[in-house]
Design a protein around this ligand. Structure first.
Ligand SMILES: Nc1ncnc2c1ncn2[C@@H]1O[C@H](COP(=O)(O)OP(=O)(O)OP(=O)(O)O)[C@@H](O)[C@H]1O
Ligand SMILES: [Mg+2]
Length: 168
C-alpha cells in the first residue's frame, strides 16, 4: 500500500485532481471518498467525470444512493455513490448495490466507511479533511495502481500540487 498526502487550496484544484485520475481510471476501478460534509467529495467526483470524458454535470446522489453517468453512446461509465443515508452495510447488500462492483464502470463512493466490509480490497482511497479553502487529501492505493498514480501525481505537480509520501 502506498500513501500520499497532498494539499488542495481550491475547489478547482480538487476537481483537477479528480480529472487527472479520471483520465487514467479503468472500468472496475473503485475510488472511495471520505471526509466531513462539504469536504469536497462531490467536487472531486465532478472532476473525475470530466477526466473520463463524460459530459453530464455530477450532482450529489444523496437521495438516490447511486447515480449512473453514461458516455455519449449511452454506455454507463461512472457510478457515483453516496452512502451517507445507509445505516449499515446490510442496507447496501439488501439493495443489491454490491453488484455495481462487478459492472463495467468506475465506482466513486462518498462516505464509504459505512460499507467498508463490502468494498473490494483493490481500491483507491481518498480521505479529505480541512476547513476554509485548504484541504489535506490522503490518497492510499495498492501497488497495482502505482504507475497510473505516478501519472496523476506528475500532472498535478505541474499544477503546483505537492505530494508527500507517507507510506510506512
Ligand atoms: N480545496 C477545496 N476542495 C474542495 N472543495 C472546496 C475547497 N475549498 C472550498 N471548497 C468548497 O467546499 C465545498 C465542497 O462541497 P462538496 O459538495 O464537494 O462536498 P462533499 O464532501 O461532497 O459534501 P457532502 O458530504 O455533503 O456530500 C464546495 O462548496 C467547495 O466550493
Ligand atoms: Mg457530496
Amino acid at each position: 500500500m502506498t500513501v500520499w498526502n497532498t494539499v488542495s487550496t481550491s475547489v478547482e484544484m480538487t476537481e483537477k485532481l479528480g480529472e487527472a485520475l479520471g483520465k487514467v481510471a479503468e472500468p472496475g476501478n473503485v475510488i472511495t471518498l471520505d471526509g466531513d460534509l462539504g469536504a469536497g467529495k462531490t467536487a472531486f467526483t465532478r472532476g473525475l467525470a470530466r477526466g473520463m470524458g463524460l459530459r453530464s454535470r455530477v450532482t450529489s446522489p444523496t437521495f438516490t444512493i447511486v447515480n449512473e453517468y453514461n458516455d455519449e453512446n449511452g454506455v454507463p461509465r461512472l457510478f457515483h455513490f453516496d452512502t451517507y443515508r445507509l445505516s449499515c452495510v446490510d442496507d447496501f447488500y439488501d439493495a443489491g448495490l454490491d453488484e455495481y462492483f462487478e459492472r463495467d464502470g468506475v465506482c466513486a463512493i462518498e462516505w464509504s466507511s459505512v460499507i467498508e466490509e463490502a468494498l473490494p480490497q483493490e481500491r483507491i482511497a481518498l480521505a479529505i479533511s480541512g476547513t476554509g479553502d485548504e484541504r489535506t487529501i490522503q490518497i492510499s492505493f495498492p501497488e497495482a495502481f502505482l504507475p497510473k498514480m505516478e501519472e496523476v501525481k506528475g500532472k498535478m505537480e505541474k499544477e503546483g500540487m505537492c505530494f508527500e509520501n507517507i507510506s510506512l
